[in-house]
Ligand binder design. Sequence first.
Ligand code: SF4
Length: 183
Amino acid sequence: MAESELKSILENKDQIKVATACLGGCSGCHMSFLDNDEFIIELLKKVNLDASHMIVDHKEFSEVEIGVVEGTMTNEDNLEVAEDLREKAEILIAWGDCACMGGIHTMRNFGDKDQQIKECYVDKADDKSEIPNADSIPSLLEKAEPVNQFVEVDAYLPGCPPSADVIRYGFEEILNGRTPKAS
Ligand code: SF4
């Protein structure tokens, strides 16, 4: 996204609405954000955290200026959440290696997904286990992939997890109308 476009989205806003989501991730990126301590208090003077699983397991997003996604696109549920947030957020940020590059979850791309499900639920489980009904677990996508393979991403903050400093830098740059850059 061009910096002029970033600036025009955020200028003259007293409070900037932010929503965050965890896709196929471990929540480590969100935990790293929480390591920012006092910066979060400063940030909350400018930002209204509209939806985030750090607060409550939120299933629907409202229109926001900034959306943040952590995690790999690995199942149909991730796809639904990412598409919904992309539609509602003017700026979408990918947090962490999983969202930016696919991360550790892409290891599953070396195998057959149906065989992996069988191994998890049957072969490596106890005698009574069985593969859950298709309605009770989201279907796996053919491959685990980074978020930008499905929806447009405007800024990337890589790392596993990105450090609190990187996350802080990313927010400060975006709130000042600049695209975060790798140093
Ligand atoms: Fe977890 Fe690392 Fe992936 Fe973030 S990038 S969701 S910390 S595995």
